[in-house]
Design a protein around this ligand. Structure first.
Ligand code: GMT
Length: 374
């Protein structure tokens, strides 16, 4: 098939999923055309089946806000026409679903039919999409998509709860490339960070409020008083400065390292003993799946789709949002030398259920279904 993929090109989960999906589809022989405003972070390899089309957004003094949606729709029209695409698959509803709708109408007027699939990822539904500034457009454009997928049962149900969506939503969970995300031997790295054999706790995110990084820090603050440990914070975003200040205030600067945005996150995860995701909400928790693949057990909340990934007492533990004391006691349990190996083995076994080779065919089948029926 010739597939157009539209996504955010940044480190965010939806962009990562879209890029990895495109790479996977290209590897099995599909022609994949990425349409984004800059090179996707993980589109870092050459494959004869991968094409990249950058959305050009011309500046004009009148524009306080450059009309990205119009430029994106226009680029979709050009790519569908020139590459003769069979399908447009847009990731994250805002504004990709409405831009795709417009492109579809423009092409229909030229006698070209292009099916559109929208994949819902999380904050496009649970946070931003609900805002009345966006809601009518989000509802309309989701309903106008020929196919809709969501990355968890929770997200599917939440979409029906908050939007008047009348179409079926197919749940296709996120996935992981186990050839890339696997535990690597990085003893020198572990020794540099934990010279006295401390336990290593890792959190990665885009440092937004919804991630509740304060809770990561408060759990670590209590944990390090009972188990010698270090904390690595990977990523960057609006909360970073605030979190750095808390760490200094709690006199933890020696034990907490900020690594910024890292591409080779699997190297850090390879030496981690515990991954923390105390999010307020999380439709899937891709970063937690990356940790599992590197044999790292989880402390997460039970919010959103996290119970569909983290199995209580098996791959780690879940606590209520904000229950720092509960997270501390569960983290201490996992980190006991007699418990840790079992949790690590369970983590890998769970990740194997989300291997890209198992999930990619679900997307292919769904594509075929939508192309045939639309
Ligand atoms: O987590 C974020 O804030 C980024 C966001 C995105 O769209 O890039 O992530 C969402 O999509 C990911 C990929 O499907 C999911 O794994 C994340 O759970 C989801 N984030 C939230 O629901 C907060």
């Amino acid at each position: 098939m010739r597939i157009g993929i539209v996504c955010y090109p940044t480190f965010g989960g939806s962009g990562v999923v879209a890029t990895e999906l495109g790479k996977g589809l290209a590897k099995v022989g599909h022609q994949v055309h990425f349409i984004t405003y800059s090179q996707p972070q993980r589109l870092d390899f050459f494959n004869e089946n991968v094409y990249y089309h950058e959305v050009n957004i011309p500046a004009y003094p009148l524009f306080q806000h450059p009309p990205y949606e119009s430029a994106l729709s226009s680029e979709m029209v050009h790519v569908v026409q020139s590459a003769k695409l069979d399908l447009l698959h847009v990731h994250y509803a805002i504004p990709h679903a409405s831009s795709a709708y417009l492109a579809k109408q423009i092409l229909a007027a030229q006698g070209i039919h292009i099916p559109v699939i929208t994949t819902l990822h999380g904050t496009d539904i649970t946070l931003v999409g609900k805002d009345s500034s966006y809601e009518p457009v989000v509802t309309f454009s989701i309903n106008q998509s020929d196919g809709i997928t969501a990355v968890s049962d929770f997200l599917k149900e939440d979409t029906y709860r908050h939007f008047k969506v009348t179409k079926d939503i197919e749940v296709i969970p996120n996935f992981i490339d186990l050839e890339r995300f696997k535990k690597q031997k990085k003893d020198h790295f572990k020794l540099a960070i934990c010279p006295n054999n401390e336990k290593l706790i890792v959190h990665t995110s885009n440092f937004r409020k919804v991630k509740r990084i304060d809770d990561v820090v408060m759990v670590f603050h209590q944990l390090r008083q009972q188990i010698p440990s270090k904390l690595l914070l990977v990523g960057d975003g609006p909360e970073r400065v605030h979190i750095e200040r808390i760490c200094r205030k709690l006199d933890m600067a020696q034990d907490v390292r900020f690594l910024g945005k890292l591409d080779a996150i699997e190297e850090v995860l390879s030496v981690a003993d515990l991954f923390m995701m105390p999010s307020e909400n999380e439709s899937f928790g891709l970063a937690a799946l990356e940790a599992l693949a590197c044999e790292v057990p989880l402390i997460t909340t039970n919010a959103g789709g996290l119970p569909e990934l983290n199995i209580q007492g098996v791959t780690g533990f879940m606590s209520d949002v904000g229950d720092v004391d509960d997270m501390v006691s569960k983290a201490i349990y996992i980190l006991q030398d007699e418990n840790l190996p079992t949790f690590k083995a369970n983590a890998l076994a769970r990740a194997q259920e989300f291997d890209i080779t198992k999930i990619l065919p679900a997307y292919e089948r769904y594509y075929e279904r939508i192309v045939e029926s639309s």
